[in-house]
Design a protein around this ligand. Structure first.
Ligand SMILES: Cc1cc2nc3c(=O)[nH]c(=O)nc-3n(C[C@H](O)[C@H](O)[C@H](O)COP(=O)(O)OP(=O)(O)OC[C@H]3O[C@@H](n4cnc5c(N)ncnc54)[C@H](O)[C@@H]3O)c2cc1C
Length: 387
C-alpha cells in the first residue's frame, strides 16, 4: 500500500497551502465577523480554475483527481471552512451535469461553470424533507415543451449565485416506488416564478449564503431536464453525493488540522505554574488524541477518494470518511478550546470559529446517523466488506 501523495499531488498541496496561508487565513476571522461576502477570495479561486475542479478538460475544467479534490477542501477549510462552501455544492452539481447532462446541456453550461463566470449549487432539501429525499413535494408537471414547477427548497447554499440551480423535483408525484418519479431540473435564475427568498441565520459556515427558495408556477423548458429522461433524479444525485461526502470529510480534516495547529502553538506559549502548559501530561494526552484522530481521518478520507477515483461505487467509503472525520473535527475543536482555557471562548482566537463550523460536517450531505445506516447496509448486503 502507498500512503504517500504522488509528486503532482504534493506540488498541488503546496500551492493550495501557500494560497490559504497568504490569502485566506489572515482575513478569515475579520471577514467572518463582518458578514461581508468573500468576493475577492472567490475571484482568486476563479483565477486558480478551482470552479472547474470536477469539469472535464474539454469544457475548460481542471478534471482534478479525487485525492487532489479532497486536498482543495482540506486546505481551504484549514483557513476558513466557509470559503470551501462556495466551491462545494458547485463542484457537486458540475460533476452531475458533466456525468449525466445531455450534450447540449454540457456545451451550454460547463464552460462558464468551469471559469466561475456562472456558478451553481444544489436544491435537494425542503422544509419537510431532508434525509427522506424521496419525500420532497416540489412538482414539475409537463405542459407542452415546458414543465410547470411548484415547491419550496430550504438551506440552499450559494442560492444567490446559482445559475442554473439543479433542483430535485417530482415529475411523476404518484410514482411507486417514489424515486421513479424524481428528476433534476436545471432552473435558470431569471425564470419568472423562481425566487431566492431569504438567507437563513447560521451558527457558523458564514461566507456563503444558505437560503430558502420558492418556486411558484415557474415555466422551465423541457430541454433543462438533466439528461433528458424523466425519473433518473435519484440515480444522478446519489453518486454526486459520494463526492460531496468526500468534500465534507476533507473539510472536517482541515478544521481538525486548524484546531490541532492552534492548540499546539498555544500550549507551547501559555505558561501556568511556571512552565508551558505543554509540559503537563493532561495537555499532552489531548494533543496526542487530536493528532492521532486527525491523521486517521485524513487517511480514511484519502482512501475513500482513491476508491472513488478507481471508478468504484464508494458510498460506504465516502460515508465512513465523512462520519469519522466530522466527529474528529467536532472533538478536536472542543479539545482545542479546552486547551486555550478562557481564551478559547474569546472571538479573538480562531478556535471559537472552528467550534462553530465543525458541527455542520456531521449534518451536511447526509447526517452521520443516516451515513452509519448506509455503511451498515452496504456491509450487511455483502456489497462491501472490510478487512
Ligand atoms: C448550513 C447548511 C447548508 C446546507 N446546504 C444545503 C444545500 O446546499 N442543498 C441542499 O439541498 N441541502 C442543504 N442542506 C440541508 C442538509 O442536507 C439537511 O439539513 C440534511 O440532509 C438533514 O436533513 P434535515 O435537516 O431535514 O433533517 P431530518 O432529515 O429531519 O433529520 C432530523 C434528525 O432525524 C434523524 N433521522 C432522519 N431520518 C432517520 C432515519 N431513517 N433513521 C434514523 N434517524 C433519522 C437525522 O439523522 C437527524 O438527526 C444544508 C444544511 C445546512 C445546515
Amino acid at each position: 500500500m502507498d500512503f504517500e501523495l504522488n509528486e503532482e499531488q504534493r506540488d498541488f498541496q503546496r500551492t493550495m497551502r501557500e494560497f490559504v496561508d497568504k490569502e485566506i487565513k489572515p482575513v478569515a476571522s475579520e471577514m467572518e465577523r463582518s458578514g461581508e461576502y468573500p468576493t475577492e477570495i472567490v475571484d482568486k479561486l476563479k483565477d486558480m480554475g478551482l470552479f472547474g475542479m470536477t469539469i472535464p478538460e474539454e469544457y475548460g475544467g481542471l478534471d482534478l483527481d479525487a485525492v487532489s479534490f479532497a486536498i482543495v477542501f482540506e486546505e481551504i477549510a484549514r483557513g476558513w471552512m466557509g470559503i470551501a462552501g462556495t466551491l462545494g455544492s458547485h463542484s457537486l452539481s458540475c460533476w452531475m451535469i458533466a456525468q449525466f447532462g445531455t450534450d447540449d446541456q454540457k456545451a451550454k453550461y460547463l464552460p462558464a461553470l468551469a471559469t466561475g463566470e456562472r456558478r451553481t449549487g444544489v436544491g435537494l432539501t425542503e422544509p419537510d424533507a431532508g434525509s427522506d429525499l424521496q419525500g420532497i413535494r416540489t412538482t414539475a408537471i409537463r405542459d407542452g415543451d415546458h414543465y410547470i414547477v411548484n415547491g419550496r427548497k430550504t438551506w440552499i447554499t450559494n442560492a444567490r449565485h446559482a445559475d442554473p440551480l439543479p433542483v430535485m423535483v417530482k415529475t411523476d408525484p404518484s410514482a411507486d416506488p417514489r424515486h421513479k418519479g424524481m428528476s433534476v431540473l436545471l432552473i435558470e435564475a431569471d425564470t419568472p416564478g423562481y425566487e431566492v427568498l431569504r438567507d437563513i441565520g447560521k451558527l457558523g459556515y458564514k461566507g456563503p449564503e444558505s437560503c430558502e427558495v420558492v418556486i411558484d408556477n415557474a415555466r422551465v423548458p423541457v430541454e433543462n431536464l438533466l439528461g433528458g429522461v424523466e425519473g433518473r433524479g435519484m440515480q444522478q444525485a446519489l453518486p454526486a453525493l459520494e463526492s460531496g461526502r468526500i468534500n465534507i470529510a476533507a473539510r472536517a480534516v482541515g478544521i481538525a488540522q486548524a484546531a490541532y495547529d492552534a492548540a499546539l502553538d498555544y500550549s507551547r506559549d501559555r505558561k501556568a505554574f511556571g512552565q508551558p502548559i505543554s509540559d503537563f501530561q493532561a495537555i499532552q494526552l489531548k494533543l496526542a488524541d487530536i493528532a492521532t484522530n486527525l491523521q486517521a481521518a485524513r487517511l480514511l478520507t484519502y482512501w475513500a477518494a482513491s476508491e472513488q477515483a478507481a471508478g468504484k461505487r464508494a458510498d460506504m467509503q465516502s460515508g465512513m470518511a465523512k462520519y469519522f472525520a466530522s466527529e474528529v473535527a467536532i472533538n478536536a475543536s472542543l479539545e482545542a478550546m479546552r486547551i486555550h482555557g478562557g481564551y478559547g471562548y474569546s472571538t479573538e482566537y480562531v478556535v471559537e470559529r472552528l467550534y462553530r463550523d465543525a458541527p455542520l460536517m456531521a449534518i451536511g450531505e447526509g447526517t452521520n446517523d443516516i451515513l452509519r445506516m448506509i455503511i451498515a447496509k452496504s456491509l450487511i448486503s455483502g456489497r462491501d466488506s472490510i478487512g
